[in-house]
Design a protein around this ligand. Structure first.
Ligand code: PZK
Length: 287
């Protein structure tokens, strides 16, 4: 029996294991991070929501690009995936000006070499979505890079290919989200390359941990937008005057329950599937 599973690595809220030479197991925990700190309190089912949403979007975007998903496990939080050679850049697409994109624009009028119109305000929609890759920092923060730096890491041809694909994926998913009253402000994608040299979408895709989702009916440009999923946690943490260093605070049960409800709401609004149906049979998101 070959059931020994090698632990390959830990992310802040996920674990990665090797199943065999060709397959990995990506396991999403219920841990939550805020202000870059993982909190001591978990959000029940958060890992299942993220796993289910990501699998749903892999299914919905399968005609645009292959993806690494092989199977969803019955626990709803584990994805069996193809083992790939990962590209050393994060493929970010921004349709709105938030986070490091807003910071870079304020400082220079540019984001990753894209010169933007003067006078944009925080959270404003961009004239068109832009591809804004970043390096993968092992510790600390990813660094935004321009086309020349990105092409130096993956090659010009590959860079053009991931740029085109990332923009196509963002357009497709953001249009579907918009029809449901949800703005996909930006998203981070990761690609790998298979044995035949073809690009494959990997990691998690179009989840609240890899994207900014904003409820359209609350959207007001000119300042930061409340986070769809983490706002209760952020507000509670701010109310404590915590200095945002380890260890973070324990969360009270009303904050946990409210945050869990927001994750489940995001799942149900985006997929149109009852979360209980997902728990009973995770593969419903692939139908
Ligand atoms: C891969 N990570 C990120 C790190 C995690 C996740 N399909 C793949 N093939 C090869 N490597 C990866 C993937 C994927 N997805 C993903 N690192 C490598 C990561 C730590 C914990 F859960």
């Amino acid at each position: 029996m070959s059931d020994t599973v090698m632990h390959l690595g830990s992310g802040k809220v996920r674990e990665l294991y090797a199943l065999d030479a060709d397959r990995l197991l990506l396991v999403a925990s219920d841990r939550i991070s805020t202000f870059d700190v993982v909190l001591p309190t978990e959000i029940p089912d958060k890992g299942r929501v993220l796993t289910g949403l990501s699998a749903f979007w892999f299914g919905q975007t399968g005609a645009l690009v292959q993806n690494h998903l092989l199977a969803l496990r019955e626990d709803g939080r584990s994805t069996e995936c193809r083992r790939l050679e990962m590209l050393p850049i994060e493929c970010v697409v921004r349709g709105y000006l938030a986070g490091s994109g807003w910071k870079d624009y304020l400082a220079s009028g540019e984001v990753c070499g894209h010169r933007l119109p003067a006078g944009l305000v925080e959270s404003q929609q961009l004239p068109e979505p832009i591809f804004t890759p970043a390096t993968k920092a092992q510790t600390g923060h990813d660094e935004n890079i321009d086309r020349a730096a990105g092409a130096a890491l993956v090659g010009e041809e590959r860079y053009d290919e991931v740029e085109r694909l990332s923009l196509e994926l963002y357009r497709s998913v953001s249009e579907r989200a918009a029809a449901l009253g949800i703005i996909l402000a930006d998203t981070k994608l990761e690609f790998g390359v298979d044995e035949e040299g073809r690009l494959v979408l990997a990691d998690e895709a179009f989840t609240p941990d890899s994207s900014r989702f904003w409820p359209a009916d609350e959207y007001r440009s000119g300042g930061p937008q409340p986070s769809f999923d983490k706002q209760f946690v952020r507000d509670y943490c701010e109310s404590l005057g915590w200095d945002k260093t380890y260890p973070g605070p324990e969360l009270p049960e009303d904050v946990v329950a409210g945050t869990r409800a927001r994750y489940v709401e995001a799942f149900e609004r985006l997929t149109g599937i009852a979360f209980d149906d997902y728990l009973a049979s995770p593969e419903v998101v692939l139908a």
